[in-house]
Design a protein around this ligand. Structure first.
Ligand code: 8PZ
Length: 512
C-alpha cells in the first residue's frame, strides 16, 4: 500500500468531514474537508507532472503543517515523488547542506514563504490554495518509470547527524505497515480532533497526519506562535475542541508550571501521546493529578522506522515506579534485546540493545552505505537469512511480563573512574528530589580530561531555591558515589532542540 492510499482509505468515504482544522491568517479556525483536500491534492499532482516531475524525483517541501502541505505531500506520494519536509525556521546553511546532499529537483514553499537564494539548478515554486506557481522551472528528468512501487522512497527526513553532516533517513511506502499497526491500537476514532505540535521536518508530524487521516478523524495543527504560550496553547485546544494531543514531553512543561487550572479544565481532551524522550515522572504525576481521566500513551521509536511501540502509562503512576515501560512492538513488528556479543537477552532486568524487526524499516541513510550497514544489521537470530533488523542503539530491559523498559542510548552509557553509568538512572534519581520538575545530566570532560557528571536541574516555581549541597546529599543517599554529579546547575528551564527534545549540546556549551 502506498502512503497516499493509506491516508485516503477512510477519508474518501467521508468527503464532507473535516480533514484539517487550522488557524487562518486572520485568527479564525478554518476547516478543510476530505473532499477539498483531495481536490487540492489532485491539482498539485497535475501541476507537478506538468513541471516535468515524476517517479524518483525529489522535492523539498518547506512549510509548517497545514492543509495545503498535507495535500502536497499526498500529491508527491501519488506521483512517486520523494518529499523532504523542512521547517521554515531551518537556517539557510542547514537547508543548503540538505539540498547539496539530496539534490532535489524543486523547492516548494507557501505563498508567504521568505526563503530565497536556492542554488541553481534547483527549481523553485510556491504552493497554496490557488495551486502551484513555478518560479524557476526544475530541470526535466528522464526517469524511465511507469508505476510507483511500495519500495520506492516516499520521504526523507534529515536528522541533525552528530557529525554535523545531516543524515538523510530514506523511508519507503512500506511505512504504511507501521501506520496500519498504529491504527490497530485503536487510539483515535472518526470524531476525534488530533492536535499535532511537531514541526513538519520531525517525523512525529507525519505520524500525526497518518493517525488523524488514517482514522478518518480531523488533524489540528498547533502553530508554533500558539504552542510557545501556555494560555494561547490551552485556549486554542479548547476553542478547537481538541480531543487528542500529540507532542514531545516538553510541550507540557510550561502549561503544567504556569496554567495548571486551565490545563485541568480542558473539556474535550481525552488522550495525550508523547514520544522522543522520557516524560519526566514528576511532570507526569502532576498531569495525572490535574487530568486523572486523560489517557497518556508512551510512543517509542526512531525515525528509521517512524516508531515502534505504543504503551499506556499506568494511571495513577505507582509511587515506587522508576521508569516507564515502552511495552512491546506494535502489531506486525517485534523487538528483541541482544548483548554486545549478539546473544539474545531475555532475563527480566537484564539489559540488552533493542533490535527492531519490522516491514517498515528505512531503506538506508541517503548516500551513506557505511552508516546504513551499522544500523541495518543481519538478524542476530539468523544471520544467513539475508534478513536485516534495525539496531536501534537503545538499551532496554524486560519486566516480569516481558514488557520493555527503555534504559537509555548505548552512547549515554559513560565510564567514570572505571564504573559504567547510565545517565538516565542518575536523572531519575534527581527527579525524586522534592520540587524538581525536570533534570538533564551530562558527562563532561573536566580540565584533567576526566569525565565528570554535571546535573542541570529545574525547580518547580514554588520550590524556592535549591542548594547544591542539599542536592548532592540527596543523591548520596540513593546513588553509588561515582554516580553522584560533581556539579549542579539550577535553571528555570531546559533548552530544547527544534524538535522539542532536551538540547544537550546547548547545555554542554553553557559550561564551556
Ligand atoms: C525515546 C522515546 C520514548 C524515542 N521514550 N526515549 C516519531 C513519532 C512517534 C514516536 C516516535 C517517533 C520518532 N521518530 C521520534 C524520534 O525521536 N526519532 S529520533 O530518531 O529523533 O530519535 C529516536 C530516539 O529517541 C530513540 O532511539 C530513543 O533513544 C529516543 N526515544 N521515543 C524514551 N518514548
Amino acid at each position: 500500500m502506498l502512503l497516499h492510499e493509506f491516508m485516503w482509505a477512510r477519508g474518501r468515504a467521508t468527503p464532507d468531514r473535516p480533514a484539517v482544522v487550522e488557524l487562518s491568517e486572520t485568527g479564525e479556525l478554518v476547516s478543510t474537508s476530505y473532499g477539498r483536500l483531495a481536490e487540492l491534492s489532485d491539482t498539485y499532482a497535475s501541476a507537478l507532472a506538468e513541471a516535468g516531475l515524476g517517479i524518483g524525483d525529489r522535492v523539498v517541501i518547506e512549510s509548517d503543517t497545514t492543509a495545503t502541505a498535507v495535500a502536497l505531500l499526498l500529491a508527491c506520494s501519488r506521483q512517486g515523488i520523494t518529499f523532504i519536509p523542512v521547517s521554515p525556521e531551518t537556517p539557510d546553511q542547514r537547508l543548503r547542506n540538505i539540498t547539496d546532499a539530496a539534490r532535489p529537483a524543486l523547492h516548494l514553499q507557501a505563498p508567504r514563504g521568505v526563503r530565497t537564494n536556492l542554488a541553481e539548478p534547483i527549481g523553485t515554486a510556491r504552493f497554496g490554495t490557488h495551486g502551484i506557481t513555478v518560479e524557476r522551472p526544475p530541470l526535466p528528468s528522464a526517469r524511465p518509470r511507469r508505476e510507483v512501487v511500495e519500495t520506492d522512497t516516499a520521504y526523507m527526513i534529515f536528522t541533525s547527524g552528530t557529525t554535523g553532516r545531516p543524515k538523510g533517513v530514506v523511508m519507503s511506502h512500506r511505512v504504511t505497515a507501521f501506520y496500519r499497526g498504529m491504527l490497530a491500537e485503536g487510539m483515535v476514532g472518526t470524531d476525534d480532533r488530533v492536535a499535532t505540535t511537531s514541526p513538519l521536518q520531525f517525523d512525529f508530524s507525519l505520524l500525526d497526519i497518518g493517525l488523524a487521516l488514517g482514522s478518518g478523524a480531523t488533524l489540528v495543527p498547533v502553530p508554533r506562535q500558539v504552542l510557545y504560550f501556555p494560555r494561547r496553547f490551552l485556549g486554542f485546544l479548547e476553542a478547537a475542541r481538541v480531543t487528542h494531543v500529540d507532542g514531545v514531553p516538553s510541550i507540557w512543561r510550561a502549561p503544567l508550571r504556569h496554567e495548571p487550572e486551565l490545563l485541568a479544565s480542558l473539556s474535550a481532551l481525552s488522550g495525550i501521546l508523547f514520544c522522543g524522550e522520557d516524560f519526566p515522572l514528576p511532570e507526569l504525576r502532576r498531569m495525572q493529578e490535574l487530568r486523572p481521566d486523560t489517557r497518556v500513551i508512551n510512543c517509542y521509536g526512531a525515525t528509521e522506522s517512524m516508531a515502534a511501540s505504543f504503551e499506556d502509562v499506568p494511571n495513577p503512576l505507582p509511587e515506587d515506579l522508576q521508569r516507564l515501560s515502552i511495552g512491546n512492538a506494535h502489531r506486525g513488528a517485534d523487538m528483541l534485546l541482544f548483548d554486545e556479543k549478539g546473544a539474545l537477552v531475555t532475563e527480566p532486568g537484564a539489559v540488552g540493545e533493542i533490535h527492531l524487526y519490522s516491514p517498515s524499516l528505512f531503506t538506508g541513510y541517503f548516500d551513506d552505505p557505511e552508516a546504513t550497514a551499522r544500523a541495518l544489521v543481519p538478524d542476530p537470530l539468523d544471520p544467513a537469512s539475508g534478513r536485516t533488523v534495525l539496531r536501534t542503539g537503545d538499551l532496554a530491559h524486560r519486566g516480569e511480563k516481558g514488557e520493555l523498559y527503555f534504559v537509555g542510548r548505548r552512547d549515554s552509557q559513560v565510564q567514570i573512574r572505571g564504573n559504567r553509568i547510565e545517565i538516565g538512572e542518575v536523572e531519575r534519581a534527581i527527579e525524586e528530589f522534592p520540587g524538581v520538575t525536570s533534570v538533564a545530566v551530562l558527562a563532561l570532560p573536566r580540565a584533567d580530561e576526566e569525565l565528570a557528571l554535571h546535573a542541570f536541574v529545574v525547580p518547580a516555581p514554588d520550590a524556592g531555591t535549591f542548594s547544591e549541597p542539599a542536592l548532592a546529599a540527596f543523591c548520596k543517599k540513593t546513588l553509588n558515589p561515582y554516580m553522584v554529579p560533581s556539579r549542579f546547575t539550577v535553571l528555570t528551564r531546559l533548552p530544547v532542540t527544534s524538535n522539542g527534545k532536551t538540547d544537550r549540546r546547548a547545555l554542554a556549551a553553557q559550561t564551556a
